[in-house]
Design a protein around this ligand. Sequence first.
Ligand code: SF4
Length: 556
Amino acid sequence: MTEEREEFPLDVLFVGGGPANLAGAIRLKKLADEKGLELEVGLIEKGDAIGNHSLSGAILDPIALKELMPDYAEKGCPIEETRLHDRFYYLTQHRKFDVPFTPKFMHNEGCCIISLSRFTRWLGEIAEGMGINIFPGFAGTRVLFGEDGRSVTGVGTGDKGIDKNGKKKATYEPGVDLTARVTIFGEGPRGSLIRQVDEKLEIFSKTMPQVFETAVKEVIELPEDNPFLKGQDTVIHTFGYPLGLDTKGGGFLYRMKDNRISLGLVVGLDYEDPLLEPYQMFLRYKRHPLIAGIIQGGKVLQQGAKTLSIGGYYTMPVLSVNGALFVGDSAAMLNAQRLKGIHTAMKSGMLAAETVISAFEKDDFSLDTLRAYDQKVADSWLNAERYEARNFTQALARKGVVKFMHIGAQYFTKGRGLKDPLSLVEDCATLKKLPKDWKAPEEDSEKPEYDGTLYLDKLTGVYLSGTQHVEDQPCHLIVHNTDICETLCYEEYRNPCTRFCPAQVYEMVEETPGERRLVLNPSNCLHCKTCEIKDPYKNITWTCPEGGGGPKYSIV
Ligand code: SF4
């Protein structure tokens, strides 16, 4: 197949259609126009359209947007709500406690509520209007390296029209090799291409382990007369129930336009209980009296799930190599303390664009020139706010009173706290084994009830995410050794993949007693990457399915 691959040369290639790369592409084009540089710029996105794979809370701090496009409001930026009035609650199973003191980093003055899928779609239209070549439905599957093996020269896209046995179908279309002077990777959390770069160039070798949270989120339409739509509060954050205080994470509820709200729960993937199921935690959260009272009578319009890279400052990789830069969540730019990453992602893309312009002016795309990006990041507000949060995720990973001692000390010492740096443990290493004689309870007292409207099972959620894949294609989820799943993992953890996957992709079937078999439903996959991150044996590798597959988010 390789002999049929065409080469498509570009000056700059952006890989991924999220806010980091779109802001970067817009900034690049503006600067190039100002300097009279004629650059051929391309952006590939694995989703069927820009915005289809974008999901977030999302409260936007518009600081980077204002720098990028001061007239963003006139340009029709899709904003859901600008009047942000926060409430912060600690929840027990049946009660809520108003936290009278909202930490300074959680203040949202000047921010706005958006739908990330709408927002990125809007950025994509602007970028396209400026002459950037946007290629949706193109999944990058292979990083191209130069002859020296140390420089990135572009990305190869996946072939289309290959059947599940690896044979060409009538619809076969070979992928293309998109070569570029500079490639900017903004694939989002746990990118599969950045992993290939790391395998070759060890960009993560000196950082702390990457750590993540999984968010399950819905957009719910409420009846017009719902009091929450008329009230003063527009933003609710919670901690405590259903996760407790020893598991990272919490809930959020934001008011949107058109009688809608955005509701979600994030779960730190360093949780220890192999029986924990983030999706069921989300349903429990919805049944808490505070949340159930607000969403009563509502209807879920869309559901989705995604991981967030929350490690922050000390988990940031090397940001530049010969011929490539790394931006956004791919490079751990999110500020977990502020529960925000869109503004930091955008800023990183914009700083990358400025670096690329200097590289074209010097006609030098080696690390000597591109490493200026690392310095630009270090000198910007982006780093200042992340530096103050440098030990925050680590503190949240601690248990009991120690957690609060660390958080308190960090609060008053601009992030230094009791120990700097505080260590982190990889998410795949935190599950505790079940006792050898463990038996599933006969009756689960908290057995979920679904109504198909407001409380959905996983498969209805997948349906409402719009997820579709070509069925007859090679499985994009590589389970390296299914013997481990059927024996060791079953005995030690009872196959946590069947619980942590929010889309019911993994099922362990036992047709005859003691004869277990792992069955995969890859066409349900929401591309959240939780399985690759949390599997305790590192037995799963997520690869990119045929371009154009996956969710079709439009309002989350
Ligand atoms: Fe997420 Fe993996 Fe499940 Fe896909 S298979 S939805 S990436 S956990």
